[in-house]
Design a protein around this ligand. Structure first.
Ligand code: 13P
Ligand code: SF4
Length: 304
């Protein structure tokens, strides 16, 4: 029996759904029921009728799904798939910063732990960060943990004061403006889209600043036949599959997130096999009080 057939059987028996982030390996994206960005995936997790959600992405994403679907079982094929940026802030550190800036409204990027979300007023993703900051109505924003996404949002609100946490994504930090210049020379006229986790100088060198879901939509709608992509290279699989007539080139092949690559199809099948045999070691659990407080910040975001 092929891995796909085995997976189909397990999904039916367990009433399981597979959610995968746009950066996952091609074989995982192809086996998933839904592929999307962080915002799409958290909405799917909140809405699904499945009993079991297999989350193929990194830990904070599975944790967000578990917070939004407390009656469902969320499992991760590889529990070591974390996000280094999410680890750049702790709840204790955030509490200290809040004490230092008591009037600030805390907006926390979804790339963070449940404990940090629980200390935050609002959650946001790269797809909605500008809209969420507008929705807060606040004059002073403590933005955590991504200083580059925070700086990008800040550029849209000259009247507001921003305090930016010193966190960043090591994968997106590898995408440099010189790489954009080199790709533009190879593909004259091709639009360059980058993720807002990139450095400000990289963002300044691009044409479009988009979440991964925004990149999928832009690629579908643009008349351009060649597009330069400044984000984690895993997204090229979906872009190419959905737009067979167009060409996609990464700004740099170095933009690989090792954590997003920890999940493969064999692990997706084996985690479901083990779970159906009674092994619950890959189930994501969030302490009830933390989940309830984190959920307030996430629900506030989803209501905008
Ligand atoms: P998106 O929400 O745009 O998919 O980004 C998630 C992420 O981790 C980017 O590095
Ligand atoms: Fe975290 Fe960056 Fe990987 Fe996204 S690409 S999961 S922000 S390390």
């Amino acid at each position: 029996m092929t891995a796909q057939m085995k997976l189909g059987e397990l999904k039916t028996t367990l009433n399981a759904v597979i959610l995968a982030h746009n950066y996952q390996a091609g074989e995982v994206q192809d086996a998933a029921d839904y592929v999307g960005d962080s915002l799409d995936l958290s909405r799917r997790a909140a809405e699904t009728d499945a009993d079991v959600i297999v989350f193929c992405g990194v830990h904070f994403m599975a944790e967000t799904a578990a917070i939004l679907s407390p009656k469902k079982t969320v499992i991760m094929p590889d529990l070591d798939a974390g996000c280094p940026m999410a680890d750049m802030i702790t709840a204790v550190e955030l509490r200290a910063a809040k004490a230092e800036h008591p009037d600030a409204t805390v907006v926390t990027y979804v790339n963070s732990s449940a404990e940090v979300k629980a200390e935050s007023d609002w959650c946001c993703t790269s797809a909605n960060a500008v809209g969420i900051v507008a929705a807060t109505g606040a004059d002073q924003i403590l933005f955590t943990p991504d200083k580059y996404l925070g700086a990008y949002v800040q550029s849209k609100f000259p009247g507001k004061e921003f305090i930016l946490w010193n966190g960043w994504c090591p994968t997106h930090a590898r995408i440099m403006p010189e790489d954009i210049a080199a790709r533009r020379a190879e593909h004259p006229g091709a639009p360059v889209m980058v993720h807002p986790e990139c450095r400000p100088e990289t963002i300044a060198a691009a044409d479009e600043v988009l979440s991964t879901g925004g990149m999928i939509r832009f690629a579908r709608e643009t008349d351009a036949q060649v597009i330069i992509v400044g984000t984690e290279v895993g997204i090229i699989h979906r872009l190419q599959k959905e737009n067979p007539g167009k060409e996609f080139y990464p700004v740099t092949e170095l933009a690989v997130c090792p954590n997003m690559k920890k999940t493969d199809l064999a692990k997706v099948v084996s985690v479901l096999e083990e779970y159906s045999a009674g092994d619950t070691s890959h189930v994501i659990k969030v302490r009830g009080d933390i989940a309830a407080r984190a959920r307030k910040a996430i629900d506030r975001m989803l209501s905008v």
